[in-house]
Design a protein around this ligand. Sequence first.
Ligand SMILES: [Zn+2]
Length: 270
Amino acid sequence: MTLNSYVLLEATIVISVLGVISYRMRLLDGWGSLSAVLVGYSTYLGIGRVGMVALVTFFLVSSVFTKYKASYKRQVLREEPNDHMRSWRNVWGNGAIPFSLGVMSIADPGNVDLYTSVYLGAISAAFSDTMSTEVGLLYRGRVRYIIGFREVYAGAPGGVTPYGFLGAIFSGCVLFIATSFFASNAKILPYTLVIILVSGLVGTTMDSVAGQLWQRTYRCACCNEFVESSVHCGVVAVPLKGYRLVNTHVVNLICTGSGAVVAFIVWGLL
Ligand SMILES: [Zn+2]
């Protein structure tokens, strides 16, 4: 897609409509919305319609699943009521790499097919990971660590379930169907199917591995529950394991980064 005033107008209309939807559905807070607008413009102007369709599919489908049985899932995760609105941290955890790829493609338009493939890999990883979490939290059976398969509490970073795996596969199928209608270059379609599936599965797996090995988890000093946030029940929580700087957003960055790297490798091989 070439950069002209028509594309800019189209981007502005689509991004504005999405902004209103996410505001009305209370999907993002103010800084989260502003961040999403930046990711949206970079996607539209750098990757084009196919990128925007991938981004919107990821955002809307995963938001619907996040809202589904939200209070039950909040209970499983022991999240507090003010934790549910997505902030700029959520947006950049999943959106930093797609944003950068859009900017790189604007600067280097000759390689748009390469950037598009890598972009789809990153989005697929983010989408698979979000869906495996949202669907996996509904699983009532035993949750196990991805490494060693030791049983762990529900909602633990690194915990995996059969539902989560199905969620990841589902997201790959949805993303491929949605993007296939908008791929301006039909030549890249077979690549995108492979890239979306492989990047999604590798990205989700890396998210669980990083979650188990490096993400910091806490135990609340007040209610004694395992939690992901450093403050719970209004008091500072006690660190259990992991690195101080590795929170769920850093793990999402690792997830999308590995999805992008896998897509780059697959692009080179095919
Ligand atoms: Zn607590």
